[in-house]
Design a binder for this molecule. Structure first.
Ligand SMILES: NC(=O)C1=CN([C@@H]2O[C@H](COP(=O)(O)OP(=O)(O)OC[C@H]3O[C@@H](n4cnc5c(N)ncnc54)[C@H](OP(=O)(O)O)[C@@H]3O)[C@@H](O)[C@H]2O)C=CC1
Ligand SMILES: CC(=O)N[C@@H](CCC(=O)OP(=O)(O)O)C(=O)O
Length: 352
């Protein structure tokens, strides 16, 4: 058997929560070597200054972003940057032969009018955006395997879409009845200081935000529409919940056939995800907790039917920094590299 060679990887935005999660995963991955860390405010600083607990395993200094330097050091580049920055970097990196995985929203939309409307960013790269693949392996595994540029999904869309996909793809629910009520830990807001993420603001408190106008709504709707074969509008309400990490999305929709019971739906979901090692469908009466997914790339899905209302209720739990962000990006890298999609990714939660 031939020995597989490790590939060199760059992480741009290494100082952030996505960046440090990628560092954790890619350091422990058997077939990747981190050769470059990039940033802006942190440029010039040893990584161990930013994260002293990593000083024993990574001796790199964060560099100012320079496409030529990145391409000379890495075959694959993870862009873990605020929205609107990958637009400047993806094209030149691809031109120099790198594969690019973008963790921001820049390459998630095929319809750039929608991107411009919701993100307010001008861009001139329509052709490139059309070639990007939406990085949700459970739906687009084959396309991701061939992609040079992957736009990794947002954390709320990942939890929501994994809950909705079997229902919409198989026409089991009325698309106009879909409601998503989701809660996220505060790391979902990134490491850059924001007042609502302070302990004194977020702790022992719970509130919705972005009601009826959160930018993940059109992202969820784009994929739901593809699955349903018709335009789908969803009601999406996110909440900030006082815990560091984790997302629970509770999704409601009216069944077309009110005779379906939860055991039928569990069988349907199990069949839909039979080739998806990171999705776990729970038995009847078991509902997921975010703690089960914490630190892993798993998505746990619980299914219930309310026979009085004819609604299905799907509960989907992920770690926002793992299946919702860095873990999913590494899962995509595995596919793009022809490796098993579980390679190097944790399966066991920190628990408790
Ligand atoms: N947190 C989450 O749960 C999820 C986040 N995402 C998305 O992933 C991306 C990263 O998020 P997250 O890690 O939370 O963000 P953070 O705020 O924690 O980190 C942002 C990073 O971007 C870098 N950066 C900012 N401006 C520049 C610039 N002009 N040039 C170079 N580097 C820059 C910062 O580097 P420096 O400190 O050096 O300035 C920092 O490393 C975002 O697009 C986010 O929306 C997606 C899914 C889930
Ligand atoms: C708790 C919290 O603030 N979460 C973030 C979602 C993070 C994410 O996935 O954002 P992108 O789509 O920009 O990648 C938010 O609601 O803005």
């Amino acid at each position: 058997m031939t020995q597989m060679e490790a590939i060199s990887v760059a992480i741009v935005g290494a100082s952030g929560y996505g960046g440090v999660q990628l560092v954790r995963l890619l350091l422990e991955h058997p077939l990747t070597t981190i050769t470059y860390l990039g940033g802006e405010g942190s440029a010039g600083r040893p990584y161990s200054d930013l994260y002293p607990h990593l000083q024993h395993c990574l001796d790199l200094t964060v560099e100012a972003v320079d496409v030529d330097v990145i391409a000379s050091k890495a075959q694959v580049v993870f862009l873990s940057l605020p929205n609107g920055l990958a637009l400047e970097l993806a094209q030149p990196l691809l031109a120099k032969g790198c594969k690019v995985l973008d963790l921001s929203a820049d390459y998630r939309f095929r319809d750039l009018a929608t991107y411009r409307q919701w993100y307010g960013t001008e861009r001139q790269d329509d052709q490139l955006a059309a070639q990007a693949v939406y990085g949700l392996p459970e739906l687009y595994r084959d396309k991701i395997a061939l992609a040079q540029l992957v736009g990794c999904p947002g954390c709320y869309p990942t939890a929501s879409l994994l809950a909705l996909s079997p229902l919409l793809k198989q026409g089991l629910v009325l698309p106009e009845t879909v409601i998503i009520d989701a809660k996220s830990g505060t790391s979902g807001g990134g490491r850059q200081g924001k007042i609502n993420l302070l302990l004194a603001e977020a702790d022992a408190s719970l509130a919705a935000y972005g009601v009826a106008r959160h930018r993940h709504t059109p992202e969820i709707e784009q994929i739901c529409s593809d699955l349903a074969g018709q335009t789908v509008k969803v009601q999406f309400t996110p909440h900030l919940i006082p815990m560091p990490r984790g997302i629970l999305a509770t999704v409601y929709a009216t069944l077309r056939d009110p005779g379906l019971v939860r055991e039928d739906l569990i069988t349907i979901f199990q069949a839909f995800y039979r080739h998806s090692p990171w999705v776990k469908i729970l038995p009847p009466g078991i509902y997921p907790q975010t703690k089960w997914a914490c630190g892993t790339n798993l998505c746990y899905i619980g299914i219930e039917v309310d026979e009085r209302t004819g609604r299905v209720i799907i509960m989907s739990a992920i770690d926002n920094l793992m299946k919702g962000q860095a873990g999913q990006a590494v899962q995509c890298l595995n596919l793009m590299s022809g490796w098993s999609e579980t390679l190097g990714l944790p399966q066991l939660a920190f628990y408790p």
